[in-house]
Design a binder for this molecule. Sequence first.
Ligand code: SAH
Length: 407
Amino acid sequence: MDSSPQRPRREVRPTDQPPEGATHKNARPVLSFTAKRRGKAPSHLADLDGAGRKRILKDMGFPPFRADQLSRQYFAHFEADPARMSDIPAGMHEAVAHALLPRLVTKVVSLEADGGRTIKDLWRLYDGAQVESVLMRYPQRTTLCVSSQAGCGMACPFCATGQMGLTRNLSTAEIIDQVRAAHASCRDGALAGGPTSLSNVVFMGMGEPLANYKTVVGALHRLVDPAPEGFGMSARNITVSTVGLVPAIRKLAGERMPVTLAVSLHAPDDDLRDDLIPINSRWKVGELLDAARGYFLATGRRVSIEYALIKDMNDQEWRAQLLADELNRRGHGWVHVNPIPLNPTPGSIWTASTRRAQDAFVRRLREGGIATSIRDTRGSDIDGACGQLATAHAEGTRCVSLRKEKR
Ligand code: SAH
């Protein structure tokens, strides 16, 4: 027998597998900030603040007070169809539907998991682009995971959306209408357990929210601003997740909206992160953690570090220790770590860490004084990971819900 039971395992590198669709084996994921499509979604009430909505109505020859009525219908009653708004005269319906309430998202498929406590929707947008959102009920909260872009340009090799490239940015209202639909579903009892209310929104669906900065900040306003301007949700219940666009993190810190920042770190060292997260070629781990710490100082909101545990790639104990050291070097109590078992994308050679490696990783972080909680993997039986449903659907596996029945 080998005298060293802890003989190091071979380390899997992200470059062991070329990106999906690669034409040669040394191909690298390609970052992209330019959308394949240029079109803009029709303008909508949720793109505008209260004053903007009043201006449009006035220009159409309607009294400005109608703006508040329409806004209340949309943001407080989650109604998007003017024909169903009893306080709006029939003569206004068509004009309003055209100018302020065009239909932005149409459901393509809806899948349930976790005994009906998770619902994943695939939406078609005005130009045929598709995005996903996932609604998840927990004992103390109900969370919607929204998309901010169709596809994504960040090219992370382990992420299904990352393999699609960027189709286009969503508009503020395209993001907000995913949230409105979720509010209505919660109220109408679509989730197992009966009617509830939507309490949390996380920008962890398709896309890199900080690459669509202005639009996402607009959406944050609609989420947080009190009705009739917006939904009046609590900023502390909203999380913006980023791959690490450092200047945008600094900018967001100055928006005076104390939303939670989540940083998708996945590796504490540039050597690995350079290959795992292509944008690391631009902003390194040190700079990113400094910006994250700055976000905490500016907002008082504890930052989340997301860490997908990938077997034999980033799950070594020494990396847990390095992560703890890098975080502690910047202060205490400002951050917590959310490891999440990798949800492998179809065709990937990578898999989730073993339970043993995961436990050891978490233990090492906790012993280092870092608050750590494993993030759950809701909906993994319905192509739960970011982008997988849209990919499966585009490839014509329409019956994912049957194929992926709970094991
Ligand atoms: N672009 C943003 C938000 C979208 S992804 C970001 O990168 O943060 C939301 C989270 O899911 C990120 O932490 C991302 O790294 C993670 N993720 C993507 N693919 C995954 C997979 N296959 N398994 C586990 N987590 C994954």
